[in-house]
Design a binder for this molecule. Structure first.
Ligand code: ADP
Length: 225
């Protein structure tokens, strides 16, 4: 669950990135967060992941109060989320299986747990046959599916995708959003940041629109920008 209550963010140079943002994403929901460049989308993501603190207001994520929590609790917040980026961020020298397994070892999982879980998530994203291939041998869409498998492998309750289709052609973009829909149907909360109107229009989903640091609309099929 994510809730922003009257959130303001002023960066150190005085830029007012968010000016009183309110929205709530319930557990199990799917939403697009849309808006033009500079509207505050990345700032919202960074607040949710704990990379930046709100100047004023409250940010609640999976039971953590991000603005007031102790730094020592941050790993627990991070573990409860999976983040997917536009540029995939895979380790080039590791194969698909190793890229996904690495995220499990990083939080102290045993080899036994890894052997059980990684094949499952690779199957979920449709890459069970490519486990031994390296990122350079894969298409952009496949690389993004590896990144999705990695984001899912530790079973987070929330997935945040930051422009996940920015480097993909329209057909592959559609596949990625369909995959995120499937993951949502399996119970994970999903927030997708994008500025691709055609993509949002292809799905009948909640759309939270932001402009100049303020939410300007929030509801089904309401892409106004
Ligand atoms: P978006 O992701 O929608 O493009 P951002 O959240 O990145 O928007 O930016 C919102 C506003 O905050 C913009 O005016 C941007 O220039 C500013 N901004 C973002 N990050 C910083 C920063 N670290 N320091 C100062 N200003 C920033």
């Amino acid at each position: 669950m994510v809730q922003l209550i009257d959130v303001f963010k002023v960066y150190e140079n005085g830029t007012k990135a968010l000016k009183g943002v309110n929205f709530k994403l319930e557990a199990g929901e799917f939403a697009f967060l849309v808006g033009p460049s500079g509207s505050g989308k990345s700032t919202i993501i960074k607040l949710i992941t704990g990379e930046v603190a709100p100047t004023d207001g409250t940010v609640l994520v999976n039971g953590f109060n991000v603005g007031t929590m102790k730094m020592s609790k941050m790993p627990y917040l991070r573990r409860s989320l999976g983040v997917i980026f536009q540029d995939f961020r895979l380790i080039k020298k590791k194969n698909v299986y190793e890229n996904v397994a690495f995220a499990m070892y990083a939080i102290g999982a045993s080899s036994r747990e890894v052997r059980k879980r990684v094949p499952y998530v690779l199957q979920l994203v449709g890459l069970e046959d490519k486990a031994k291939m390296c990122p350079d041998e894969l298409s952009g869409g496949e690389q993004q599916r590896v990144a999705i498998a990695r984001a899912l492998v530790n079973n987070p309750s929330l997935i945040i995708a930051d422009e996940p289709t920015g480097n993909l052609d329209p057909a592959r973009s559609l596949e990625i959003i369909m995959l995120l829909n499937k993951i949502n149907e399996l119970g994970t909360t999903v927030l997708v940041v994008t500025h691709e109107k055609a993509l949002v229009d292809a799905f009948s989903r909640r759309v939270i629109a932001i402009d100049k640091g303020k939410i300007i609309s929030d509801g089904l099929d309401r892409y106004k920008i």
